[in-house]
Each structure stands twice: as C-alpha cells, then as structure tokens.
Design a protein around this ligand. Sequence first.
Ligand SMILES: [Zn+2]
Length: 90
Amino acid sequence: MRLLVPLFLILFLIFLLRSILQGLRSSSAKSRFDGSRPQRGGSGVKMGKMEKDPVCGTYVDIATSVRGVFAGETKHFCSQDCLNKYKRNP
Ligand SMILES: [Zn+2]
C-alpha cells in the first residue's frame, strides 16, 4: 500500500508534464496564427482613416486632423481655421 502513493504521484507528474507540453504546443500554434493578423491590422492603422472636413470638404487623416467634439460627435478638420469656422457657424 505504501508504494501506491509514490506511483500515483509519478503518474500525476507525467499527466501534468503532458498537459504543459500540450499547452505549449497549442499556445505556440496560436501565436503563429495571431502573429500574421496584427501585421495586416497594423498596416491598416498606418494608412489612417479619412474623415471629411465639414467646412471645406477636404478629406483629412484622423491621426493628424484638428479635432473638435460637438454634441458628443467628433469632427475632423484640416486646420484650426476650419474648426473655428465650424464653432461660429455649425
Ligand atoms: Zn478645412
């Protein structure tokens, strides 16, 4: 009966090692798949989203635009002048 406890521990350790190895394999496979996706998304972010300036009608990159929030809605302007014009006469 005394031998049963160490045997159970060894089996338990083997089971643990197997599950860890399987976890490592699946996580490495997942990281390979995930690695390709952010690169595509990242290139999309670099391109930038374009929004129309409501004052002069120019399309501006939202990353570099002059922003103003009006009634909870963010508007994008090509310059501070357009933002000021919109503030005066929305
Ligand atoms: Zn403008």
